[in-house]
Design a protein around this ligand. Structure first.
Ligand code: 1PR
Length: 616
């Protein structure tokens, strides 16, 4: 599974392509092998290289494709009232959320035409293919709808093309993802899984550096800056494909970060989620003539950066407004006579501000989602929709992801709830309480039912799209044998001189303690399909005294998926401490950012000073 932006089910295009009606299990074959299910090695297809992307920008769609297309002279100048060049064709086959790509294209001033038939591909002036979902399902849809054939023809004729994430991988010969499965076979090479055995966490999530191998034009503004990746599979550079590879990225091994040949480009990273740098990649593809004026901004990117995440706990206050709030040890009510919900600002505004301030990711937690049905909470969906129009870094949303039956008896699966979040602009969803119940059940029965929200959502959207949010509370004990859960020796004894503690998981916003530890939960949810862990700590939440380094070390050493350290940040030094003493991949804070005590840029400046790589 690739790409988070790689996420929800339906879209305008999906209505015509009907992804869900197609079997996801059938073996996929590329163009030449439609009638043959076995994977064959074959020489890469012969491609026509016409000109550089710069010179092709004015190529009109009637030069190519079906002569019965609507390429009349007036259509060459205008399409749907837009001047040629301001329209871009998007191949959204309905398997995921391409809202972020749409938003980025629109933000840059372009209109989108959706591909509905293979002919639309052949008639495109400029085609963007943000591949989403799993490799096999994507090839299945492309083959059955005739899109695979059209894509091959379009690319072989060197038409302006930009593939994103899975849109890059599908160009290769095959993938090991649930496979081997044949791809389009345009580029030699097999797409394989990252190896987590050598200490690198999989999925590869976050901001990493590129090593530019050759001039690729669309990457010219990147310089030494980071771009955002989220994937578990990657193509490897080789002698056979070196004429294609325009940049690589290192994550354990060097993998293919982008390809370019003539007018054909594809990137493994997500330009639509890579902030200004990513927007410049899209801009250069959309308008190659726009290049040249700007020198790349100098950065110091050399490897995967540690992420700094801004978190917005959101809920409806007593007046019915959706507000950003913040608790002390999860109590979000003011200690006044009125006891009102603490109001720290408006969600869309604050998220936009944090994006401008340099947050690497923004998380929304709908903290009353456990008791209110989130799809009834339409303002939350609107918050996501509006935020995603202007925020071009990953957005995570959590709260209330579970099966639900509403007052009219209508049943909603957790997958439907998640899909709605993805459709509204989320790149990742985060599951709290429901993941605890799923882990308890798994420990009891030792059986994976495939029915939990965690399993279902990660199966459809990929584990990189599923975060599990853990809300543990420290419980002191005299010795490690006092409980069946993993304990740590505490640096400071507990209230009764206890030398050990375990971390008890809670549900419903910390209201109910459960009989499972954070360590046990983390290991089980990784097995059930979580792609990342958001590790809160009720004791530290809102205290400003620093992260619970013992807890974060315990969990980040126990799993091989990325761990986000959360709760307790009060000063820039707390961030360097957590990164130096633990294997956390990211650190999240709320209160200090909302109260404007410590700006995000100060955190990053401090981390850089301490030699910790961050995105600037
Ligand atoms: O159980 O799937 O409905 O998810 C509920 C989600 O809402 C969970 O992710 C849970 O952590 C969150 N949540 C529920 N109640 C609260 C509360 O505060 N009363 N917020 C809550 C949790 C913790 C962090 C916070 C950090 C950083 N908030 O997200 O932002 O502790 O704060 P700090 O930097 O100010 O210390 P479900």
């Amino acid at each position: 599974m690739e790409g988070v932006a790689c996420a929800s089910f339906t879209s305008s295009a999906s209505k015509s392509l009907s992804f869900s009606s197609l079997s996801q299990s059938s073996v996929i074959t590329p163009r030449q092998n439609y009638h043959n299910n076995t994977l064959k090695s074959k020489s890469p297809r012969k491609l026509v290289i016409r000109a550089s992307s710069g010179s092709s920008s004015g190529t009109s769609f009637h030069e190519f494709g079906d002569s019965s297309s609507s390429s009349s002279p007036s259509a060459i100048l205008r399409k749907n009232g837009f001047l040629l060049g301001s329209v871009v064709t998007l191949l959204d086959y309905g398997a995921g959320n391409v809202r972020s790509v749409r938003n980025a294209i629109r933000y840059l001033g372009y209109e989108i035409e959706d591909v509905r038939t293979p002919k639309d591909i052949l008639n495109a002036d400029r085609l963007i293919f943000p591949g989403v979902g799993a490799f096999a399902s994507a090839m299945d849809v492309l083959t059955k709808t005739g899109m695979a054939e059209a894509l091959c023809t379009y690319i072989e004729n060197d038409r302006p093309f930009l593939g994103i994430c899975l849109g890059l991988q599908l160009l290769f010969e095959s993938s090991e993802e649930n496979g081997p499965v044949n791809g389009l076979g345009l580029i030699p090479g097999v797409v394989g899984r990252f190896n987590s055995l050598n200490g690198f966490r999989v999925p590869h999530i976050g901001w990493n550096a590129l090593q530019i191998a050759k001039d690729s034009e669309i990457l010219d503004d990147i310089g030494d800056r980071h771009v955002y990746f989220v994937h578990s599979y990657r193509a490897m550079p080789s002698n056979d494909n070196k004429e294609w590879v325009s940049s690589t990225c290192n994550y354990g091994d060097d993998f293919v970060a982008s390809i370019r040949r003539g007018n054909v480009h594809a990137v493994q990273f997500h330009p639509e989620k890579s902030g200004d740098v990513g927007l410049s990649v899209l801009r250069r593809f959309l308008n190659p003539k726009s290049q040249g004026s700007k020198k790349p901004t100098q950065g110091k990117a050399s490897k995967l950066a540690k992420r700094v995440i801004a978190c917005l706990d959101v809920r409806t206050n007593d007046k019915g407004d959706l507000v950003v709030t913040k608790g002390d040890q999860y109590d979000v009510r003011e200690q006044t006579k009125e006891n009102e919900v603490r109001n720290l600002g408006k969600p869309v505004e604050l998220a936009g501000q944090y994006y401008k301030d340099g947050a690497d990711e923004v998380s929304f937690l709908n903290i009353t989602g456990f008791r209110d049905f989130p799809l009834g909470d339409l303002p939350m969906l609107q918050v996501l929709r509006h935020t995603s129009e202007n925020v071009f870094v990953p957005l995570t949303v959590g709260g209330g992801i579970r099966d639900f039956t509403d007052a009219n008896g209508r049943y909603y699966s957790s997958l439907e709830v998640a899909s709605e979040y993805f459709r509204s602009g989320a790149d990742k969803i985060s599951i709290g309480s429901d993941a605890v119940y799923a882990a308890e059940e798994y420990i009891k029965t030792k059986e994976k039912t495939g029915k939990s929200s965690l399993e279902q959502i990660s199966k459809v959207y990929g584990n990189q799209a599923v975060v599990v949010s853990i809300d543990p509370r420290r419980v002191y004990v005299q010795g490690p044998n006092d409980v069946q859960f993993k304990t740590i020796r505490v640096p400071k004894p507990g209230p009764n001189g206890e030398e050990y503690a375990w971390y008890q998981c809670t549900v419903n916003g910390g209201r109910e303690g459960r009989s499972i530890g954070a360590y046990e939960l983390a290991k089980v949810v990784e097995e059930l399909g979580a792609g990342e862990i958001l590790l809160n700590c009720i004791d530290c939440d809102g205290q400003g005294k620093g992260f619970d380094v013992d807890l974060i070390k315990l969990i980040s050493d126990a799993v091989s998926i990325p761990v986000i350290a959360s709760s307790g940040a009060g000063a820039v030094e707390h961030f360097s401490e957590v990164f130096m003493k633990t294997n956390a991949s990211a650190a999240l804070a709320a209160g200090i950012f909302h109260r404007k005590e410590v700006p995000i840029q100060s955190v990053k400046a401090h981390l850089l000073k301490e030699g910790i790589e961050v995105r600037i």
